[in-house]
Design a protein around this ligand. Structure first.
Ligand code: GLU
Length: 309
């Protein structure tokens, strides 16, 4: 790292991306997300030593969307163990996040846990036959504990909006049910999935929640071993190869860190052994990743040298 302090670096990155604010398109296929102003921006970094730096609206809550898939994968692996990998693959998809074509060719076993089909299987695994009324609070409370913030909650309006328009997710789920790769009823799995995607979180809370992945599965600030070092490493490697759908390769090329994006405009990034970073800006690129968020991360890595490559 250069001689600049972390706070100076974060402030400089926010300034550099300022002229780009508003670029990209807000997700409009979920009506409740379409109303968010594309110019908003927040950035937070927390190091494994507990040093924190932030810029912009780092405390503003936004819709976590697919970043929740990192946390449900962690929970599902803790609950059902490595057997999960018989139901979902570990390869980049090269397809859109909600593609159906690939599922047909691969007999209902989704390519990876971060495309929608894979995440729906992961949610089914963590439900383990239990109803949404048990699984949803477990996911929410897990995130509250990791983020060290009891205020984190589900945005009911976004959850309703997703359920009302999630025809593709219903198609994916019924398809997998047809291949016997879902155990719970489709409507229960999707109720849980839509609620996990509708959690509201800020950059500051998200970076805090992801810190265990930067520290071999051990939350360095609470001292809790969230998952084993081996699992933390594997989750991070999947974030690197599959965290941005069919633009995962480009994100690795530009940023070079494990990350997971969500269509709410958030991105969580892990700097192994060092820090967790969360950025939020709702304008998305054509692949569903925050355009200004990815730019900010690229600038951050250029200044810190934090790429794993
Ligand atoms: N809830 C969204 C969906 O299932 C998540 C997509 C994303 O964030 O990439 O369509």
């Amino acid at each position: 790292m250069s001689s600049e302090t972390l706070a100076e670096i974060v402030a400089a990155v926010a300034k550099e991306v300022e002229p780009h604010r508003g670029e990209g398109r807000v997700a409009d296929y979920i009506p409740a997300l379409a109303r968010v102003d594309a110019r908003r921006f927040g950035l937070a970094v927390i190091t494994c030593d507990g040093e924190a730096a932030e810029a912009g609206e780092a405390w503003a809550p936004f819709s976590i969307q697919s970043i929740s898939k990192v946390f449900t994968l962690t929970l599902a692996l803790e609950r059902v163990g490595e057997g999960l990998w018989t139901r979902v693959g570990r390869e980049p998809s090269g397809s859109r996040f909600n593609s159906i074509v690939q599922l047909e060719a691969e007999h209902g076993v989704p390519r990876n846990p971060f495309i929608n089909a894979g995440a729906i299987v992961v949610t089914d695994a963590l439900m383990d036959g239990r109803p949404p009324a048990d699984a949803i609070p477990e996911i929410r409370d897990g995130l509250r504990r990791l983020a060290d913030n009891e205020a984190i909650d589900i945005d009911e309006e976004v959850a309703r909006s997703e359920a009302a328009t999630g025809f593709r997710n219903f198609s994916l789920a019924y398809f997998m049910r047809g291949f016997d790769n879902l155990k719970s009823p489709v409507d229960e799995v999707l109720t849980t999935y839509f609620n996990q995607c509708s959690l509201r979180i800020s950059c500051r809370q998200l970076a805090r929640a992801g810190l265990f992945l930067a520290n071999r599965g051990l939350d360095p600030l609470s001292g809790v071993q969230v998952t084993s070092p081996e699992r933390a490493r594997r989750i991070a490697s999947l974030m690197m190869t599959c965290g941005h759908y069919d633009a995962s390769g480009d994100f690795a090329f530009q940023v070079g860190l494990p990350g997971k994006s969500g269509v709410g405009g958030g991105i969580l990034v892990i700097v192994p052994g060092k820090a967790a970073v969360a950025v939020w800006s709702p304008g998305l690129n054509e692949y569903g990743t925050s355009q200004v968020g990815a730019l900010a991360l690229e600038r951050l890595v250029a200044r810190t040298g934090w790429s794993v490559f």
